[in-house]
Design a protein around this ligand. Structure first.
Ligand code: NAD
Length: 287
């Protein structure tokens, strides 16, 4: 730690629980690789101590930070500005502090779209089927619409997220001009039809994540259209059953690592003004 000096600036991650996060390793590696005088540290912050934690960013002149669960929505009320994307998503995952003015950004969706581009896939003019209605899903849906996706079909179970995904569907159709249809995930005929009519299929739910890893809502491999790109937001495990089946069906696949890397790269650029060294980071993260 000989690179820490009296001048070193602080970047923070505020969430709870948070000790498992791979963001500190990723950002500190990129900072030291580029010789930038910042340190990125995790802080256990929940909604009880969030207002004080955000206020301390101003007092301590913290350059910026990431926000994760359970604070992504609650944090908005304590910030001075929001980017249009953060406002549309109703969530923030990155804060930048410009001389005491705190701006909230959301980089998850940008991370996903940059991940697709890095994979050689341009979403503009394509049709996408996406399963999910939570925070990750909405960030992807909004950013895909902003990036010019032609059409979107959203599926979700009828859980607590259903009213919210109905609102998102209206937002995509009416405010962002992206033709979007919403289906219940139990409608398997529609699921198969929409997947076969799409260029891109995305899992943006937590299904497939440890300990649910043995499970997927896709009944069998005939649901996947060979040659299409199939993506998962999950990176632990690196290959979910969903992606394994897609690969067996002859699809291209992309797991959640590129989204994680590029959402971090976007935040890194906002704080430091420098591009994250992507090739080095892929090697470091074994992506
Ligand atoms: P969330 O709690 O906001 O949303 C959860 C989603 O999963 C909802 O759509 C919910 O309906 C769905 N779901 C839950 N149980 C289900 C079931 N049994 N069947 C079908 N659907 C079910 O969570 P989130 O923040 O959107 O995160 C979702 C996943 O995305 C998590 O695994 C998270 O780790 C991952 N994620 C990855 C990145 C990345 O950079 N790769 C970024 C953010 C989130």
């Amino acid at each position: 730690m000989d690179r820490i000096t009296g001048h070193t600036e602080l970047l923070t991650l505020m969430a709870y629980p948070i000790r498992h996060s791979s963001s500190p390793a990723m950002h500190n590696e990129a900072l030291s690789y580029l010789g930038l005088d910042y340190a990125y540290l995790c802080f256990e912050v929940d909604q009880d101590n969030l207002p004080q934690a955000i206020e301390s960013m101003r007092a301590l002149k913290v350059r910026g930070g990431n926000i994760s669960m359970p604070n992504k929505i609650a944090v908005m009320q304590y910030l001075d500005r929001l980017t249009p994307e953060a406002e549309l998503c109703g969530a923030v995952n990155t804060i930048i502090n410009d001389d005491g003015v705190l701006t909230g950004h959301i980089t998850d969706g940008i991370g996903y779209i940059r991940g697709l581009r890095d994979h050689g896939f341009d979403i503009k003019g394509k049709k996408m089927t996406i399963v999910g209605a939570g925070g990750a899903a909405k960030a992807i849906q909004v950013q895909a619409a902003l990036a010019g996706v032609r059409e979107m079909s959203i599926f979700n179970i009828h859980d607590k997220y259903w009213p919210r995904v109905r609102e998102t569907t209206a937002l995509l159709n009416e405010r962002l001009g992206c033709p979007t249809k919403l289906y219940g995930l139990e409608d398997l005929d529609a699921l198969k039809r929409e997947i076969w009519d799409s260029d891109l299929l995305a899992n943006a739910t937590e299904v497939g994540m440890t300990p649910q890893k043995a499970w997927t809502y896709i009944p069998d491999v005939s649901y996947f259209k060979p040659g299409m790109l199939v993506t998962d937001v999950i990176y632990a495990p690196p290959q979910t059953l969903f992606l394994k089946m897609a690969q067996e069906a002859g699809c291209e696949t992309m797991n959640g690592f590129p989204m994680m890397l590029f959402q971090g790269a976007e935040a890194f650029r906002l704080w430091t003004g420098r591009d994250m060294p992507i090739a080095h980071m892929k090697e470091f993260l074994k992506i």
